[in-house]
Write a protein that binds this ligand. Structure first.
Ligand code: ADP
Ligand code: MG
Length: 677
């Protein structure tokens, strides 16, 4: 069932297919598992049970002729009275004048709408036809291109055609153990529940299923990785030791430990798939560099992919300085290395010949035409910024290269182990010696001048500063205005002694490069930035960061931003400027002033999110689920991990009738991910 194309459905043409695709729905399976996020109750209620401002359904007889009032060309209001339980209720529809012809005196009608108790009025949302009565109707995530009601109909059609082909993915043993529904029943009850309780029960099964499949997929990948067909990188240990001893600083014990873990993996003929986790500023880059050096001494090429061009360029600069004296050829490839240029053509030729040892870049690395001679090690920096597909695509540029993923996402260990289950995890759990925690202050928005004065003091001591403004509005133009306003204010305040630079995502890349170069070299002392500097930027002599409208950022992002300073042994400062309007906002800022420990912040983040609005789960580096919530459902996730491991690792997995559907499902998923489809 799963890979059936949507084109088999009636009324689905290329346009609808595209619209569905934008919602992440490409197959019948996707459609049947795109569950409603809530249900509208279409069962008529009595007047006595109605609750003010809730959505309700009423059925009654039309007792007055409808009155249609038009204002302007498009706007209108339709009023009529319904007799319900011997009481007349006013029904009002806005801008649905075409309904007037259905509203006939004496006819029985069912109306869904919002109840206004004070005026005893129903604000009509829609008129229901007879077959819609007596049930809950799922409300689907929809878009401008495809409406919720159309989705509803497509789901119904798909279910009618394919429900016979829905097989259980969760083995019967587990189904019984947790009293779960069959997959068919679950899918039925989530789309067409008889009542809210039925829907809730089905959701319980769906949450477990989603987490179980997620963990099963990770286990499955891990098992494939364990097969002894990986590369054995025979690196030169003497050379490696010498390289490490000549670094400008001594590695921290945690760095040494992680280097050992990685080298151990490189050397085994097993495929390495390792996550290097370490708080911002803990020094992941140098560990990655050592791994790349090892790969090169073993006669292989290495690639490093970074999520932004600024970061890729910074890595390239640093590694170039580090490796050039050793005769190692480091190169940079980004999207702006224009497609047809001679420079790019030559670079790709050298890469294919093997005369480039280390290639650094953005997503450009995974484009067609980028071919390595013998890629032995693949590294992704800030890995949560990349999708599974992109990471896999990079890996496929080589013949089973070893993989190292760097992340600063300080998610708690239990969660890390469950969501990165397919990877081995190395943790850098300390900062380089002599680092002082960044002192953090929270100022009111009208204290900008005071913040500037403080920054001026730092500049006098030869330090540098970031001034950050958030990307908040829908319109980039408006955000840019904010950044430019800040630039103007700062330029006025700091003139004539100091130049202020501006950097934002919309700039051309050579412009960005120039601005970063000037800042890194200390030519400009102050840099106004949108969040383009959020990840990875490393300018150790910057000692103060001012974050304007800090309440617009999530905790994870604030922590990342603050990590731009405190990268040397001098005292650094973070100034948060904000007048938060919610408790949640105040608590986030409070947390920032209380701790600089990424793990504590992550924990606090999860607690706070639990209560309040959700500020981008993605930001926290968590995978996105359809029905499950990896935080609220952490217990289920942990259980699912244990269950999945047990099932996948049993020797007859895929050979019994119980596990065959799961095996087939996972194989299909894997093929989809690897793009073989
Ligand atoms: P992150 O883990 O956030 O990517 P980086 O790798 O950018 O951190 O390192 C932060 C800064 O610390 C860099 O300037 C780097 O040169 C420096 N650094 C890394 N390791 C050490 C160390 N052992 N001792 C002193 N400085 C270090
Ligand atoms: Mg980094």
């Amino acid at each position: 069932m799963s890979r059936q194309s949507l084109a088999v459905l009636k009324g689905v043409g290329p346009k609808t297919i595209q619209a569905l695709q934008h919602l992440g729905i490409t197959t019948i399976e996707d459609l049947l598992t795109a569950f409603p996020f809530r249900y509208d109750d279409y069962r008529p209620q009595n007047l006595a049970e109605l609750v003010d401002q809730e959505k309700v359904t009423l059925r009654g007889v039309v007792v007055t002729a409808p009155v249609l009032v038009r204002f302007g060309r498009k706007k209108n209001r339709l009023n009529f009275n319904l007799l319900i339980d011997n009481q007349a209720v006013l029904v009002t529809f806005f801008n649905q004048g075409y309904l007037a012809e259905k509203v006939i005196e004496g006819a029985e009608l069912t109306v869904f709408g919002k109840w206004e108790a004070a005026r005893q009025r129903l604000m009509g949302i829609k008129l229901l036809s007879f077959n819609k009565q007596e049930q809950l109707a799922g409300v689907y995530r929809s878009s401008k291109e495809i409406r919720a009601t159309q989705l509803q109909k497509l789901v119904k059609q798909a279910y009618e055609l394919y429900h016979g082909q829905i097989s259980d993915l969760i083995p019967g043993k587990l189904q019984k153990k947790y009293h779960l529904l069959s997959r068919q029943q679950m899918i039925h009850d989530l789309h067409f529940p008889a009542d809210q309780l039925t829907a809730q029960a089905a959701k319980r099964t769906a949450v477990y299923e989603e987490l179980f499949l997620f963990e099963a997929r990770l286990q499955y990948l891990k098992q494939i990785d364990q097969q002894p067909n990986g590369l054995k990188l025979n690196y030169d240990n003497q050379q490696l030791k010498k390289f490490i001893s000549q670094l400008p600083f001594e590695l921290t014990p945690a760095q040494k430990r992680t280097v050992n873990e990685i080298c151990h993996d490189l050397h085994r003929p097993v495929h390495m798939n390792r996550l290097l986790q370490g708080d911002v500023g803990s020094g992941k880059t140098i560990v990655a560099a050592i791994a790349m050096y090892a790969a090169v001494t073993a006669g292989y090429q290495a690639a490093l992919m970074a999520p932004t061009e600024i970061l890729a360029r910074q890595h390239a600069d640093k590694l170039f300085h580090l490796f050039q004296p050793l005769g190692i050829n480091v190169n940079l490839l980004t999207g702006t290395t224009s497609a047809k240029s001679r420079q790019r053509r030559e670079l790709l030729q050298q890469l294919a010949k093997g005369s480039i040892d280390i290639l650094i870049g953005t997503h450009a690395l995974i484009q067609n035409g980028v071919e390595f001679k013998n890629l032995g090690l693949v590294i992704t920096d800030e890995q949560h910024r990349f999708g599974v597909n992109q990471r896999q695509a990079l890996r496929l540029k080589g013949n089973e290269p070893d993989v190292l993923a760097l992340t600063a996402t300080p998610i708690p260990r239990t969660l890390a182990l469950t969501v990165y289950g397919e990877m081995d995890v190395s943790i850098i759990n300390e900062l380089p010696r002599g680092r002082k925690p960044v002192r953090t202050f929270w100022l009111k928005k009208n204290q900008l001048k005071r913040a500037f004065s403080f920054i001026a003091e730092q500049l006098k001591q030869g330090k540098q500063a970031y001034l950050v403004t958030p990307l908040v509005s829908e319109s980039e133009a408006l955000d840019l205005q904010n950044a430019e306003q800040l630039l103007t204010d700062a330029a006025k305040f700091f003139a004539p002694e100091y130049q202020v630079g501006l950097i934002h995502g919309k700039m051309k890349s050579d412009e960005k490069e120039q601005i970063m170069t000037d800042f890194t070299a200390g030519k400009t002392k102050i840099l106004v930035a949108t969040t383009v500097i959020e990840v990875g930027v490393d300018v150790p002599q910057a000692s103060v960061i001012l974050i304007v409208d800090a309440d617009r950022f999530g905790l994870a992002q604030l922590h990342q931003l603050r990590g731009r300073v405190g990268r040397s042994s001098t005292q650094s400062y973070c100034l948060l400027l904000a007048d938060p309007k919610t408790d949640y906002g105040r608590q986030r800022l409070q947390t920032m002033t209380e701790t600089t420990d990424g793990f504590v912040i992550a924990q606090r983040d999860l607690e706070l999110r639990g209560q309040g609005d959700i500020l981008g789960r993605k930001q926290a580096g968590l995978p996105e689920f359809k029905v499950a919530d990896p935080i609220k459902d952490l217990k289920v996730l942990e259980t699912a991990q244990v269950d999945a491991a047990e099932i996948i690792n049993q020797s007859n997995f895929g050979k019994t009738t119980e596990t065959k559907p799961l095996d087939e499902y996972l194989q299909q998923q894997l093929q989809l991910e690897l793009g073989f489809d």
